[in-house]
Write a protein that binds this ligand. Structure first.
Ligand code: NAD
Length: 254
């Protein structure tokens, strides 16, 4: 028996990085997947890869800032796979990195709309489908930024990611009685396109690695493994948590 046999999961931000690794891992573990992100081409390539390896997945490109997109993802899970068990609300952006006195209201709002309101839309429409099922797992990708560490120029990102932890606690209490678990996952620095490859400035990569106890960044699959735990029955008594998978950056002072 695999960890997600018989389960149906939505993963947003599946075209890249952590979401991409989670899609492949969840499929290997038996989940039937509805994948979301902005790039149709990348999603279609991922669906082909998963189905080519005997997995089951479909994809819809869209924008998590649009509530109708959240509805469409859930309706696809219900129509195509007959229900929904897991919502991995993972899509996110860093947003414009500037000191607060230079941050426009539009840039602030865009980061909040994508990272926080997008996840709210996801949960809002996933949870009723899970209530029908009598169980479910909602996961938000938060961050070590805004939790363990503050970075200059990242006020909007930090606020959005800390907001997810607050929303997690409310929703866990609101829907525990329905058998639904709600958790935030807080990755440490992870080698994805969001962070870049540091080819122009290897010392910047070294500096990020240094503030982790493990003295390296995570690979996306390592974060996907933590998401798999939260999605699966292995985490059957875990709810309302802000679970770190941060390579020890929250306990490191350099
Ligand atoms: P990434 O840039 O590789 O992937 C981001 C994904 O989100 C892409 O699939 C993109 O299409 C999607 N996305 C962004 N805006 C969207 C929108 N408006 N509508 C739909 N999809 C949208 O980045 P990643 O590092 O894999 O990030 C995944 C999550 O992990 C993000 O929420 C990020 O904040 C969080 N995170 C990343 C790190 C890190 O170091 N990489 C650390 C902590 C948390």
């Amino acid at each position: 028996m695999r960890a997600l046999d018989g389960k149906v999961a939505i993963i947003t931000g599946a075209s890249s990085g952590i979401g991409y690794a989670a899609a492949k891992l969840f499929a290997q573990e038996g989940a039937r997947l509805v994948l979301g992100a902005r790039s149709k081409d990348r999603l279609e390539a991922l669906v082909a890869e998963i189905t080519g390896a005997n997995g089951s997945a479909t994809a819809i490109a869209g924008d998590v800032r649009d509530e109708d997109y959240a509805i469409e993802l859930v309706e696809t899970a219900l129509g195509r796979f007959g229900g929904l068990d897991v919502g991995f609300n993972n899509a996110g952006i860093i947003g414009e990195m500037v000191d607060v006195q230079h941050m426009t209201a539009e840039a602030w709002q865009d980061t909040l709309d994508t990272n926080l309101t997008g996840a709210f839309f996801g949960a809002k429409h996933q949870i009723p489908a899970m209530i029908d099922r009598g169980a479910g797992s909602v996961i938000f990708t938060s961050s070590f930024v805004g939790h363990a560490i503050g970075f200059a120029g990242m006020a909007s990102y930090s606020a959005s990611k800390a907001g997810l932890v607050g929303m997690t606690k409310s929703l866990a209490v609101e829907h525990g009685r329905n058998g639904i678990r709600v958790n935030s996952l807080l990755p440490g620095g992870t080698a994805t396109p969001m962070v870049g490859d540091f080819s122009n400035d290897p010392s910047a990569g070294d500096a990020i690695a240094e503030f982790h106890a493990l003295k390296r960044m995570a690979q996306p699959r390592e974060i996907a493994q933590a998401a798999l735990f939260l999605a699966s029955e292995a985490a059957s008594f875990v709810t309302g948590s802000a679970m770190v998978a941060d390579g020890g950056n929250s306990v490191t002072k350099i």
